[in-house]
Design a binder for this molecule. Structure first.
Ligand SMILES: Cc1ncc(COP(=O)(O)O)c(C=O)c1O
Length: 297
């Protein structure tokens, strides 16, 4: 157990990588993957995802090239992917697995968003396709699925005995009994609630798509395959040095995360959190659209 995936990443980078080794991840990225490298004074190397009509895929040739660098020893993977919402499919995971194996990489698969899939999507844990691979760590948590982030509990599944021993020797965890009880209750009794939540989120995504089509027709957006995050390309409305969080804070009264939050390959994108009541979402989208449509030509 760990009080969060973020502190676990910070620790694991130190345990896995020597000071001259580097950490690889896909961009746009959840920024804490890079912060875990920065925190440990390790270099990071990014492989940009390829975007086509709002749908993202892995640039396997680029990834393989970077994986082949002897300095690259750890790949932090996000499955499903934050911020694009991709649920990686079996053939994609197979290709990835072959690259990881070929270059003997360590891999941390952060699967924190795995329960929040859209209808018809199926999450496949990387560990399922790499069942014999020892250098794989899977991170999971009830915090996103059941909105329990404040209880600070997550599971870090380490296969390698030596790494597990290091973790158990060095990791200090505060195992709050209330958090354990809440996690157990959520996993054992929360399924009906989760099913309703998924339907609610699916509807918020449909609403967002319809709203953007009508009010911001030049925004590029595809409904995420998982997560509660909408990843919206506003490059038709802004140039790339615009500080979008600042713009929407001042002009719309809407607070968005931004800046270097997604590391690179993310200029002119905003990420909206749709895990909120529809009325809040509707108000937020209305303010965003009004602020953009009021920009002087
Ligand atoms: C991919 C990913 N990993 C980890 C976290 C945070 O995990 P924790 O609260 O367990 O540190 C988040 C939260 O946004 C996330 O999106």
């Amino acid at each position: 157990m760990s009080n969060g995936i973020i502190p676990a990443l910070n620790e694991l980078v130190e345990y896995i990588c020597t000071p001259d080794e580097q950490v690889m991840f896909l961009t746009p990225s959840y920024a804490y993957f890079k912060y875990a490298a920065d925190y440990n004074h390790r270099q990071s190397v990014c492989s940009d995802l390829i975007e086509k009509d709002g749908y993202y895929s892995i640039d396997f040739a680029d990834l393989e090239k970077k994986a082949a660098d002897p300095k690259t020893t750890l790949f932090i993977f996000c499955n499903p992917h934050n911020p694009t919402g991709r649920v990686w499919k079996e053939d994609e995971l197979e290709k990835l697995a072959r690259i990881i194996e070929k270059h003997h990489l360590w891999v941390i698969s952060d699967e924190i968003h795995c329960d929040l899939t859209r209808a018809g999507q199926k999450h496949i844990p990387l560990g399922k396709l790499m069942s014999e691979y020892n250098q794989l760590i899977t991170c999971m948590a009830p915090s996103k699925t059941f909105n329990l982030a404040g209880l600070m509990i997550s599971n870090i599944i380490i296969r390698d005995e030596k790494l597990k021993e290091t973790w158990l020797n060095r990791h200090y965890n505060f195992d709050n009994p209330l958090s354990i009880a809440a996690a157990q209750a959520a996993y054992e009794k929360g399924e009906a609630w989760l099913t309703e939540l998924q339907i609610y989120l699916d509807n918020n995504f449909k609403y967002t798509e319809e709203y953007l089509n009508v009010h911001l027709p030049k925004a590029k957006f595809q409904i995420s395959e998982a997560t509660y995050l909408a990843w919206v390309d506003l490059s038709a409305y802004f140039n790339k040095d615009e500080d979008l969080p600042l713009f929407f804070a001042y002009k719309a009264g809407v607070l968005l995360e931004g800046g270097n939050m997604f590391i690179q390959n993310s200029d002119c994108y905003i990420r909206l959190n749709l895990a909120c009541p529809k009325a809040t979402l509707a108000e937020g989208l209305k303010r965003i659209a009004e602020a953009i449509n009021n920009i002087e030509p």
